[in-house]
Write a protein that binds this ligand. Sequence first.
Ligand SMILES: *Cc1c(COP(=O)(O)O)cnc(C)c1O
Length: 424
Amino acid sequence: MNQTTEQFQATAAFAAMMDNADSLKAFKQSFFFPQHNGNDVIYFCGNSLGLQPKSVPAAIETELKSWRELAVGGYFGGENPWLYYQDYVSLSMAKLIGAKNNEVTAMNTLTVNLHLLMQSFYKPTKQRFKIIMEAGAFPSDQYAVETLVKINGFSPDEAIIEISPREGEKLIHEEDILSAIKTNANELAMVMFGGMNYYTGQLFNMKRITEAAHEVGAVAGFDLAHVAGNVPLSLHDWDVDFAAWCTYKYLNAGPGATGGLFVHEKHANDIETPRLGGWWGNDEKTRFKMEKGFIPKPLASGWNISTAQVFNMVSLKASLALFDDAGIDNLRKKSITLTNYLEFLLKQLSNISFEIITPENSDERGAQLSLFFKHDGRRIHDEMHNNGIIVDYREPGVIRVAPAPMYCSFADVYRFYEILKNFK
Ligand SMILES: *Cc1c(COP(=O)(O)O)cnc(C)c1O
């Protein structure tokens, strides 16, 4: 399936042939699809809320049964003793982001985890207090950083440096990020970047950003909301300090599912690394002694605070089993071809005018293409929905299309193209 763009064909038969050759095609059957006129919809919104794996209802019933039959005994008994529930998902998530098992845990939700991690890693002084982030970051991240600097007594205007696309452009130049890090070398405390911008789909080079931050004595953390389960990473080897992600987008764990976080072992192993503590992060040997003095686990789970949110992790555990089966490298390989095919098809269109604002290079994007329509964006979005294709629309005229490789096919992508081709 190593098709290059030149070998692609804009025909339904070609799409069917690609699906036939796809070793991951069976995973589509592992998901429930919303219905449209009695058929499964084509779902390109996995970057917003992933589909429900068919294994989820039974997985939830398993924990309902433990609760029903064992009550408090469910913490230590039953199929999945709840005491360790956060640990059941960390190995699978560690594989997705290239971390060691002890560097990953699950707790809370994304923005909360960003706040908690920034409490550990943002240690401003009068000289060194600035934070570099991307302009146009997801609003929740903007609010988190804005309130963080305020609570530390700084004004957002002086403490936050936003890296913008250049005049008239939509993507951020990597050299502009790196040069801002250098320019602010003596005042920079932290780089807190999205791994991928939610709007443009631009994937940033986390390795190089981390290196640059470390060179000037700052820490580097990333929001992986649009990356986890989409693009494989090597956070440990890249020496990233911390990261957090939600699990309801590409990871298909359902609305409000428990989020994931990464703390590099050089910080996680050190129980002196500052943090806001709670009993679930305490060493298990002393947790139930209820004694004075917090002794964190020398692991990322030393950041846990509260009792494991079992029912918010059940579907995550079920969904991650599919990622273990498929393998993130296989998913990525399919994803690159699938997204390239979508791009190839879009470039055949001459009846509508639009711009693909996502980077062209596969290394700088994941499954998502963001299409900017100067006219008719809203109408095209509605036309898709009328034809059973779920995509999302953001003003002013951007349709984000995310063919998640776990449950989207080449035929799905072809159908999207066909509707655009016939659009009047
Ligand atoms: C989806 C998303 C969020 C959402 O955060 P929650 O705390 O889970 O609501 C935050 N940041 C980014 C970059 C996102 O894409």
